[in-house]
Design a protein around this ligand. Structure first.
Ligand code: FAD
Length: 329
């Protein structure tokens, strides 16, 4: 199996991972970012209004800027899913994607959160062929056709508002038994002629041929025999997000909800492994927080690498002092 060796491998290329890569590359540490995509969850929104420096920017544009800045300093990128991570006997780390293995001195886990599955028959079969987890990304593929969206809470209502402007008919399969009548999004949706709410229902199975044709739903109420077959061409799943940390569970300590436990400098329970962003146990999940954690994890990782080489640690990213401060009079 071919192998490449880096000072640090960063898993995930969104706010946390791209910031970490920028900080590492600026210190001239050889850095490889391995990620399924560039941008992560930020790609799901056209409208970020709370990232400092921008009154309004789309997630795609912001993440593109992050990536270009990291790449300009020399970070390398591979686009794939990491399936296995191991600590080797010599203290290095092995990171595997398909039939390729990469080796690094330090490792930064910045792979965020991914959409929660429904876990019903047909979900895997029709993933990408009618089953989608991203209304903003895939909604435009379903213009003027009947579709359904399933989920609970604000996530599903937000997605429904967007999808109702595209679909000929939109079924909103709401898993909870009640929606607050005061909810603005709910009020907005109720006024739309092409929207039908199915409150307190769950999806039972998804069927079709090459693509989705039918979504079967069933009432959630106790002893309910209420069931329906929705003739739709797509199903959007909006069940929130989870940290998919299964592949690192033997490497680092996790919380009960599978988030990676870190300290304020991004250190995990495993020496040489650092973590940042939504995948960690920080309660606030925001782009700017992930970016800040990414920079801290990168500086910690860099210092770890330096220590291994018997060199001096850094305290900040200020590489060079360009202007000599004048001594005060
Ligand atoms: C609809 C929506 C709107 C939002 N709006 C805002 C907002 O306005 N302002 C704000 O500050 N925040 C917002 N957020 C939250 C913000 O997007 C997240 O806090 C931020 O994206 C987290 O960044 P991250 O780098 O920690 O992880 P993520 O964004 O989750 O990115 C994780 C990265 O890791 C990759 N990855 C995952 N698993 C693997 C694997 N096994 N192998 C390789 N790569 C992997 C993914 O492909 C992705 O690139 C929003 C989120 C959503 C969903």
């Amino acid at each position: 199996m071919p192998q490449d060796k880096y000072d640090c491998i960063v898993i995930g290329a969104a706010s946390a991972g791209l910031t970490a890569a920028l900080y590492l590359a600026r210190q001239s540490a050889s850095t490889l970012v391995i990620s399924k995509d560039i941008g992560g969850q930020a790609l799901l929104t056209d409208d970020i209004e709370n990232y400092p420096g921008y009154n309004q920017i789309s997630g795609f544009e912001l993440m593109n800027k992050f990536q270009q800045q990291a790449a300009a300093y020399g970070a390398k990128f591979v686009y794939d899913e990491v399936t296995e991570v191991r600590k080797l006997e010599n203290g290095n780390f092995s990171v595997k994607i398909r039939d390729q293995e990469y080796i690094s001195t330090a490792l930064i886990l910045a792979f965020g959160k991914t959409p929660r599955n429904l876990d019903v028959p047909g979900e895997e079969t029709f993933r990408g062929r009618g089953v989608s987890y991203c209304a903003v990304c895939d909604g435009p593929l379903y213009k003027k056709v009947p579709i359904a969206v399933v989920g609970i809470g604000e996530h599903v209502l937000q997605a429904a508002v967007y999808l109702s402007g595209l679909a000929s008919k939109l079924y909103v399969v709401y898993k909870g038994s009640r929606i607050s009548q005061d909810d603005e999004l709910y009020q907005q949706l109720k006024e739309k002629e092409n929207v039908e709410f199915l409150i307190n229902y769950s999806v039972e199975k998804i069927e079709g041929e090459m693509t989705v044709k039918t979504v079967s739903i069933k009432g959630n109420a106790k002893d309910s025999t209420d069931s329906r077959e929705l003739k739709v061409e797509g199903l959007f799943i909006e069940m929130g997000y989870v940290a998919r940390t299964e592949f690192v569970k033997d490497l680092v300590n996790l919380t009960k909800s599978s988030e990676i436990i870190t300290d304020k400098l991004g250190l995990t329970s495993q020496e040489g492994v650092f973590a940042a962003g939504d995948v960690t146990d920080i309660p606030y999940k925001q782009a700017v927080i992930s970016a800040g954690q990414g920079s801290a994890a990168a500086l910690s990782a860099y210092n770890y690498i330096q220590k291994k080489l018997g060199k001096t640690a850094v305290k900040s990213d200020w590489k060079t002092v360009k202007v000599e401060a004048k001594p005060s009079q």
